[in-house]
Design a protein around this ligand. Structure first.
Ligand SMILES: NC(=O)c1ccc[n+]([C@@H]2O[C@H](COP(=O)([O-])OP(=O)(O)OC[C@H]3O[C@@H](n4cnc5c(N)ncnc54)[C@H](OP(=O)(O)O)[C@@H]3O)[C@@H](O)[C@H]2O)c1
Length: 377
């Protein structure tokens, strides 16, 4: 079968996989489509929730429920079937038991613990083909790859700006640059990530809640404030809501921590680097100690600029509103960026543009980085 013949099956598997956003993390999002020996689709599934059945097992269950026999058939999977018995049984064994003749895989498993499924299938006489994964397949695997390859969460930076690139007026007012529809989309995003992060500058200027409101949340994100000198006011709305949605303040100081802790906030002292919170270290800590696999960064120009400069932004969602501020004292996401040349400038790769009401949403991904080779074994 050629690549183009695989395409509709793999595309369906990829679409299914995406349903796992926000619930499968820290596991990868995976989808599976199964066809019988005559090429008729008889089952499909995706990895719904961390700890739950894997996509292949869901697909095989769907075949059984409909009374179809997968023996001699083909499975298209967006990630190499796992080969280990973790929270669930090894998918390679389930496929062998079901008698599938062939498995088509979009991407190898980068996790050394789970890898080896393809080799196990080949050893059992199952034909294994690698179908070069579309951009969508790499996108699906990325949060998972960041965790495995870099030991840090996947960071999605979101910001709203005017046409001339300002994120707030010179007086620090940013409510609201973007439209209500754009903000609703941000609430949906908040309901799909493990953590929403901001800087102390935004806390002091806007007193935000950073919770997911007005839409259905798949999970309650931990709110994180990057605050070197522990200036978060005990009266801040973030602190007042700390018992409903977890709040962690990453600080270089313990002075005043008791009152914040008494109000339900977690204060974590991290050793500052050059007088500021070490952002890469903070991300590693969040993954290792709080299980945070995805971060939505909703910071002001200073913190956002540093994330961009340090190459810690994996995805960016930029809402461009139809306004021009033109105030030279107003800042944009360039605040922490010091690029002397075009070559040295942080670079992102545009993946999608979309109109959201009167705003334009520009969706970027990092231009290079966590991409493992895709192809034949
Ligand atoms: N348009 C938008 O999408 C949007 C979004 C959010 C905010 N805003 C606006 O942005 C403005 C606030 O911006 P801001 O730049 O002052 O606030 P910010 O980026 O939210 O926070 C900046 C602060 O974070 C702390 N920080 C700790 N470690 C850091 C590090 N390694 N690198 C950089 N900063 C670090 C610093 O204070 P310490 O040294 O004291 O820790 C720094 O001043 C407000 O006007 C707000 O309305 C706009």
């Amino acid at each position: 079968m050629s690549h183009s013949e695989h395409e509709p099956f793999m595309r369906r598997a990829l679409e299914l996989a995406r349903h796992g956003w926000g619930t499968s993390h820290p596991n990868p999002m995976v989808g599976c489509v199964i066809a019988d020996a005559r090429g008729r689709v008889i089952g499909a599934g995706h990895h719904r929730v961390f700890g739950g059945a894997h996509a292949e097992v869901e697909g095989l269950d769907a075949c059984r429920r409909s009374g179809a026999d997968p023996r001699g058939g083909t499975a298209w999977v967006t990630l190499e079937p796992c080969n280990h018995t973790g929270k669930t049984g090894a998918c390679s064994e389930a496929i062998i038991r079901a008698g599938l003749a062939r498995v088509v895989i979009a991407r190898r498993d980068a996790n050394p613990v789970a890898a080896g499924g393809a080799a196990r299938l080949v050893a059992a006489g199952v034909r294994v083909e690698f179908c070069s994964a579309s951009a969508l397949a790499s996108g699906l695997a990325s949060p998972f790859l960041a965790r495995v390859a870099l030991g840090r969460p996947w960071v999605i930076a979101k910001w709203a700006q005017t046409i001339d690139g300002r994120m707030a007026t010179g007086a620090g007012v940013s409510k609201w640059i973007s439209s209500e529809r754009s903000r609703r989309r941000v609430h949906r995003l908040r309901g799909m990530v493990d953590c929403v992060m901001t800087g102390i500058g935004t806390v002091l200027a806007d007193d935000p809640l950073l919770t997911c409101r007005g839409v259905r949340a798949r999970r309650v994100a931990r709110r994180v404030v990057v605050d070197t000198r522990l200036r978060t006011p005990v009266g801040a709305r973030l602190v007042g809501s700390a018992r409903e949605a977890p709040l962690t303040i990453l600080s270089g100081s313990e002075a005043g921590a008791a009152a914040l802790r008494g109000a339900g906030a977690e204060v974590r002292a991290l050793p500052p680097v050059n007088g500021r919170i070490d952002l890469a270290g903070a991300l590693r800590w969040l993954l290792a100690e709080r299980g945070v696999a995805t971060v939505l960064l909703e910071a002001g120009p200073r913190l956002l600029g540093r994330f961009l400069e340090e190459g810690l932004v994996d995805e960016a969602m930029v809402f461009v509103a139809p306004r021009v501020l033109g105030d030279p004292s107003a800042h944009g996401p360039d605040r922490g960026v010091r690029a002397p040349t075009l070559d040295a400038a942080p670079r992102l790769c545009l993946v999608r543009t979309r109109r959201v009401g009167d705003d334009v949403l520009l969706h970027y991904r990092r231009a290079e980085g966590v991409h493992l080779p895709v192809g034949a074994p």
